[in-house]
Ligand binder design. Structure first.
Ligand SMILES: [Zn+2]
Length: 204
């Protein structure tokens, strides 16, 4: 349902050097003369992901994609990781919005100087495998998420992104049915309504 995202970002040494040269960073991506690098990063992310790193739903409509900083780049959070490639992933507009994730903390403080030595307090799309953090219960018209092995990161992610909302559980069930339909497995008349609902993503 929510998959671990394979890490694929690659830059040239010259591009890395340009990014390092503008650290420490307190501005916006658009402030630096790095638009070509941002475009390349975006291209690599887009060809790597068709679903949101947090909610696992396909990018579509109100859940279109955005480049997201897993550790927020806001000045009072972790601006030092603004250009850390492992900190960049695609999420849907909904999960990335200010009310849902915004600049909420995702790293336990004090943050380690090295990104991968930081302790992440939500399920990290590249570092953690969601299969170790979530259980999925299929109850027909809903696929419900549950915390696995009492993992606190799973609990935090479910709370932050509303992964246990009725709407998300229904969307998952609809998507699973769509997949069955694609695979030409039979679905019942009742299921068709659920599929239709998923095709017309509700407004969020
Ligand atoms: Zn999402």
């Amino acid at each position: 349902m929510i998959q671990k995202i394979p890490f694929v970002l690659k830059l040239t040494i010259a591009e890395y050097k340009r990014l390092i040269a503008i650290r420490p960073w307190n501005g916006k991506w658009s402030d630096g003369n790095i638009q070509d690098i941002v475009t390349r990063i975006r291209g690599q992310l887009v060809s790597n992901q068709t679903c949101c790193a947090y909610c696992g739903l396909p990018f579509k409509g109100t859940r279109d994609k955005q480049i997201e900083h897993i550790a927020p780049k806001a000045d009072y959070r972790q601006p030092q990781f603004t250009f850390t490639l492992w900190n960049l992933v695609l999420s849907c507009v909904y999960c990335n919005n200010l009310i849902v994730k915004g600049t909420k903390p995702t790293i336990q403080l004090p943050a380690h100087r090295l990104y991968k030595k930081c302790k992440f307090i939500i399920v990290h799309p590249y570092i953690h495998d969601p299969a170790d953090f979530y259980d999925w219960i299929d109850v027909g018209d809903k696929i419900v998420i549950q915390v696995k092995n009492n993992k606190v990161e799973a609990r935090n992610s479910i709370e932050m992104f509303g992964l246990d909302s009725e709407e998300m559980s229904e969307l998952r069930a609809g998507i699973s049915l769509l997949q069955k339909q694609k695979d030409q497995k039979p679905i019942s008349g009742l299921d068709e309504a659920s599929v239709q609902k998923t095709l017309n993503y509700p407004k969020l």
